[in-house]
Ligand binder design. Structure first.
Ligand code: NDP
Length: 420
């Protein structure tokens, strides 16, 4: 067993290997700052050449950095508080299971109560809009510092604790992909903590601050802003309410915790996913009632597919005789696990991605049709999920072989019915 564990090296590179990883180390933060800088201009046009960078000394703001650190620490305290329940993750390579705290929803409720208190006390929440770039710089450095810490920590970790996707021996590649699978300090799981809390809850609070800024500027919140904030808050609440479901996702059982996830969780998610609300503050849009109802319906359809398919799979993986999935048609595999071929998973091979993408479009539409910039999210997310789907297919083909081929024959489309 030990020898087997020792040979679990990364054999297939993703992101075009170390060169791709090196490029992405610059491209990801570069794209983020390009988006924020462009959004700040009057025409917010992605087609025009970006203006000169603001002076570097204006980007580093000690108050903004302190706010980021206080926010991160507050979430860490809420995570360790004896609130919520504890569950076990899926078995690791050595057949042990880690324990995980389930209390992210509590953390969100407490965070919003604190934000409400700050508002009642007259604290200037619109600071977040006015110093968005500086806050993003602070969060970016935190993500970078955490990934450096994680990589150094992984150098002394047991071979069996390393991530199959980030154990190539190339330091740049492993730093980017994440060298250790589940880095922990005591029982504090750094990857699990960062996945849902500081970034996702932060994203919702950033939206709230933009809504406050809009009211300050125009006396009331626009319908577009309300729709964006409500849709995204529902999405985040859903993720936190179903926190346990994250334990069976690729991010937890396969990917290490490196720059890709640390920067992604702490900086990319809160500062690019809130781009629509950021855009709406400076580029107000008129949204008619009929258009709003249409967008609401679109988001509802997306949510039903997203939640329905994720719940069916989770119920099935936890207990195949669960009454919600017991009557479904399945394909047996050589591993003993079965694959669903009816219900949502009989429509396309990744119905949860389809639902997610429909919602992504509904979040961009309130920003009108004059700019591409607020549509960045749905464009990026489509590329991201198509790439993610291809990675998952590759893993499933390795895991299930002939049974997976049979599933692909029975359910020929990957994400979009009759298209892809
Ligand atoms: P999935 O939850 O889709 O999990 C894929 C796994 O499901 C496969 O590896 C396989 O694992 C199992 N599976 C696949 N087909 C079947 C089937 N027919 N029957 C039973 N099991 C099957 O992957 P993700 O972790 O990528 O996504 C989880 C959710 O998170 C999605 O809704 C996605 O849209 C969302 N997401 C959101 C992101 C964001 O930034 N907002 C980013 C990434 C994801 P096994 O057989 O081993 O159980």
């Amino acid at each position: 067993m030990t020898d087997k564990i020792k040979t679990l090296k990364t054999r297939e590179y993703e992101v075009c290997g170390p060169i791709g990883a090196l490029l992405l180390l610059f491209l990801i933060p570069g794209t983020l700052f390009y988006l924020l800088l462009t959004c700040n201009t009057e025409d917010a046009s992605m087609l025009s050449v970006p203006g000169p960078l603001p002076p570097l000394e204006t980007l580093w703001d000690s108050t903004a950095v302190t706010i980021v650190l206080v926010w991160f620490s507050l979430q860490a305290v809420l995570y360790v508080l004896p609130l919520g329940t504890v569950v076990e993750g899926i078995p690791l390579k050595d057949n042990t299971r880690l324990k995980y705290k389930i209390n992210a929803f509590h953390a969100m409720v407490v965070s919003f109560l604190l934000a409400g208190l700050a508002l009642a006390l007259g604290m200037p929440l619109s600071y977040v809009y006015d110093h968005f770039l500086q806050l993003a710089v602070g969060a970016g450095f935190l993500g970078l510092a955490l990934s450096i810490f994680m990589y150094v920590k992984a150098l002394t970790a047991l071979e069996s604790a390393l991530a199959p996707g980030g154990n190539s021996g190339n330091p740049i590649y492993d730093f980017f992909m994440g060298h250790e699978l589940n880095p922990r300090i005591g029982s504090f799981d750094l990857k699990y903590f960062c996945e849902l809390r500081p970034g996702l809850i932060g994203w919702c609070l950033i939206n709230l601050c933009f809504l406050v800024k809009e009211i300050e500027l125009r006396g009331s919140a626009s319908l577009s802003m309300i729709l964006v904030c409500v849709f995204q808050a529902i999405y985040v609440m859903d993720a936190l309410w179903n926190e346990e479901a994250i334990l069976t996702t690729m991010n937890i059982f396969y990917e290490g915790f490196g720059f890709y996830l640390a920067f992604g969780d702490l900086c990319w998610i809160p500062f690019t996913y809130s781009l629509q609300a950021y855009f709406l503050v400076s580029h107000p849009q008129e949204l008619g009632t009929l258009a709003a109802v249409g967008i609401l319906l679109l988001n509802t359809v997306g949510y039903i597919i997203f939640r329905g398919s994720n719940s069916q799979k989770n119920a099935f993986r936890r207990n195949p005789s669960d009454p919600r999935v017991a009557g479904f048609e399945t394909i047996p595999t050589a591993t003993g696990k079965r694959l669903l071929v009816s219900g949502w998973w009989g429509m396309v091979r990744h119905p949860n991605y389809l639902g997610d993408l429909i919602m992504a479009l509904a979040w961009c539409l309130p920003c009108g049709y004059t700019h591409i910039l607020p549509y960045f999210y749905v464009i990026y997310f489509t590329v991201h999920l198509i790439h993610r789907e291809a990675r998952d297919e590759h893993q499933c083909m390795k895991k299930y072989g002939l049974a997976w081929q049979e599933y692909c024959k029975r359910v020929p489309y990957r994400i979009f019915p009759y298209i892809y």
